[in-house]
Ligand binder design. Structure first.
Ligand SMILES: NC(=O)c1ccc[n+]([C@@H]2O[C@H](COP(=O)([O-])OP(=O)(O)OC[C@H]3O[C@@H](n4cnc5c(N)ncnc54)[C@H](OP(=O)(O)O)[C@@H]3O)[C@@H](O)[C@H]2O)c1
Length: 263
């Protein structure tokens, strides 16, 4: 079950999982896109309408998947958007609440209802989408970044609790990945996508743009038995973005300070 599977990273994950032989249920609010992707995935792939802000819809999506296949191997809590922006002293509380509802509470609902089913079946794996913005300050806005940090800790807390039931919980923290999230969820034109990729190719030490499939590959591994001894972890997939700058860049800066002091 991929919640937030109708676009970007989730869509790439749905397509990859399908190629690898998984039976995929795609969740999201955009019925047209979700149905189209499910159709293109072919086979038993299906779409289920879910808004993560509403617990009853998340519960229904998980139940739909369980009823359809008898069990759920993986729930990927990937829904997200840019959220409210602004300085800490000016963020309105309704914007704050709306952002937290999607980026944190929505993930909580996904973990909660996946856990309900997986505890009973004594197996399963939950994957949450965090962000480099949750790892370090300065990569995105305040509320978004705080929610992503909270998702990472939710992952650890749920993992420690669910381990005795043979249920694993991990998190993926993507770096800069060109997707519609940068345009308010609206699909990017080919020209915009290429321009974004070009910009992103210089955003981190690895000199190419990250791609949705890079995150999908990490999700595939976390969902597989190959990662069966791993739980509670946040895997950073960012081309080295969070490593910081090359020492020469700092050295340049300190060199200027030295020159100033010696002059
Ligand atoms: N792209 C990046 O650089 C980047 C970096 C770090 C982390 N992330 C995270 O990666 C995840 C996927 O983002 P993306 O970049 O792939 O963006 P995207 O292309 O805009 O996809 C966002 C997905 O979330 C779903 N979604 C949003 N609000 C929802 C809601 N209330 N209920 C259910 N589904 C909802 C959307 O589906 P519907 O519109 O159909 O509802 C869509 O499938 C997000 O959690 C994002 O924060 C992205």
């Amino acid at each position: 079950m991929i919640i937030g599977g109708t676009s970007g990273i989730g869509e790439a994950t749905a397509r990859l999982f399908k190629t690898e032989g998984s039976k995929v249920v795609i969740g999201g609010r955009n019925d047209t896109r979700g149905t189209k992707i499910a159709k293109e995935c072919g086979g038993e792939a299906s779409f289920f309408h879910v808004d993560v802000v509403k617990e009853a819809e998340v519960e229904a999506a998980v139940n739909f998947t369980k009823d359809k296949y008898g069990k759920i191997d993986c729930v990927f809590n990937n829904a997200g958007y840019g959220g409210i922006r602004g300085n800490v002293d000016s963020i309105p509380s309704d914007g704050f609440d709306k952002t937290v509802a999607v980026l944190y509470r929505g993930v909580f609902y996904g973990v909660k209802h996946a856990a309900r089913v997986m505890k009973e079946q004594k197996s399963g794996c939950i994957i949450n989408t965090g962000s480099v913005a949750g790892v370090s300050a300065g990569y995105s806005s305040l509320v978004y970044s705080s929610c992503k940090a909270a998702v990472m800790h939710l992952t650890r807390m749920a993992a420690i609790e669910l381990a005795e039931h043979n249920v694993r919980v991990n998190c993926i923290c993507p770096g800069a990945i060109p997707t519609p999230i940068f345009q308010g969820g609206v699909e990017l034109s080919d020209a915009k996508l290429e321009a974004l990729k070009k910009l992103f190719s210089g955003a981190q030490p690895l000199r190419r743009s990250g791609l949705p499939v890079d995150i999908a590959n990490a999700a595939l591994w976390l969902a597989s038995d190959e990662s069966s001894f791993m739980t509670g972890q946040s895997v950073v997939v960012d081309g080295g973005l969070t490593l910081g700058r090359r020492w020469e860049e700092y050295n340049d800066h300190f060199g200027q300070i030295r020159s100033l002091l010696q002059s």
